[in-house]
Design a protein around this ligand. Structure first.
Ligand code: PEP
Ligand code: MN
Length: 338
């Protein structure tokens, strides 16, 4: 349920509604807007009896939310959400690029990549220190040593960091090293991990599970938001289908229906979505056209020698060409490339 306050409702009136919701053993989520405040209510297993709330001073309306996801729904939050990091923003009006290698491999390649990205106007760098690998014998990431390198890149160059959290044990260390915490496809339904990042105060990039429906994906976002972290960015990274011409099937058709039911921003990762370097840029362009809020692109100083995902990583020249090509259509589409 959503309680809509009258325009000009006082802080005391809002506080009184929050207390009344808590007295019903439910959780209030105040959402200040430009003209009025709304208060989302979660925690109910059945319908909420709104009678104790509707009579309170300053309350304009009670709206029932019909979707199973509440805080992630547009019914509860009609305006698009914009996520801010110290370096940039993700959401309407922007088209936000995140580039970088699949894994942190050493300090030199991270510094070189960060400098390259900044030269392209890209303010956020992705790179995994903890890597979810299909084989236990494959490179598993540099762990804490990798996080230390990412922290150094942020401190010396000012680039924002996006890096994956794989388990709850590393939550504090990953939150400290990152500006956006990535939850990978394999962990989209790891509910302990989702609850843990619900307690974090950094934005969370939630990749779509490789066989998740739109509703399952938004329910995973709801876990994070129900914990009090409303800064969720969704990321389509391809789903598993019968196709064998590409690593995954990049489901750009999910973007319009997602935008219809949710206010959360969505990025697209055509690197994991296609798995093959020549297909990355065409699908990146298509993502912008389909209404995505930005891209997550793997790029590496020497992709053929990358320790993970080299086949789908762009080299710097290919990345720079993609940025130039995106600029030609971002402007006419009313998006500022950042
Ligand atoms: C990654 O971003 O390198 C990664 C492992 O992504 P995904 O979880 O989408 O496979
Ligand atoms: Mn990767």
């Amino acid at each position: 349920m959503l309680v809509v306050m009258q325009t000009g409702a006082t802080p005391e009136q809002i506080e009184r509604v929050l207390s009344a919701v808590r007295e019903l053993a439910l959780t209030p989520h105040p959402m200040p807007g430009s003209t009025r405040t709304a208060i989302g209510i979660t925690g109910n297993t059945g319908a909420v009896d709104g009678r104790p709330l509707e009579m309170l001073p300053g309350v304009k309306d009670l709206i029932r939310v019909t979707k199973p996801f509440k805080l992630a729904s547009r019914e509860m939050h009609p305006l698009d959400t914009v996520i801010h990091t110290p370096q940039t923003s993700i959401g309407p009006g922007h088209f936000t690029m995140i580039g970088g290698p699949c894994s942190v491999e050493n300090e030199a390649m991270i510094m070189q990549t960060a400098e390259f990205l900044l030269s392209q106007g890209v303010k956020l760098m992705r790179a995994g220190a903890y890597k979810p690998r299909t084989s236990p014998y494959a490179f598993q990431g540099m762990g804490q040593g990798g996080l230390n390198i990412l922290k150094k890149a942020r401190k010396t160059l000012g680039i924002g960091i996006v890096t994956e959290l794989m388990d709850t044990d590393a939550a504090e260390a990953v939150e400290e090293a990152s500006d956006i915490i990535q939850i990978g496809t394999r962990n989209m339904q790891n509910y302990s991990l989702l609850k843990r990042v619900g307690l974090c105060r950094k934005p969370v990039l939630l990749k779509r599970g490789m066989s998740a429906t739109l509703e399952e994906w938004l329910m995973a976002a709801e876990y994070i938001m129900a914990g009090g972290n409303y800064q969720v960015i969704l990321c389509e990274r391809g789903i598993r289908t019968f196709n064998d011409h590409s690593r995954n099937t990049l489901d750009l058709s999910v973007i319009p229906p997602l935008k219809a039911v949710s206010h959360l921003p969505i990025l697209v990762d055509p690197s994991h979505g296609t798995g093959k370097r020549p297909y990355v840029s065409p699908m990146a362009m298509a993502s912008l056209a389909a209404g995505a809020d930005g891209l997550l692109i793997e790029t590496h100083p020497d992709p053929d020698r990358a320790m993970s995902d080299g086949a789908q990583s762009l080299d710097f020249a290919q990345f720079a060409k993609l940025v130039a090509d995106l600029k030609t259509i971002a402007g006419p589409m009313g998006r500022a490339l950042c």
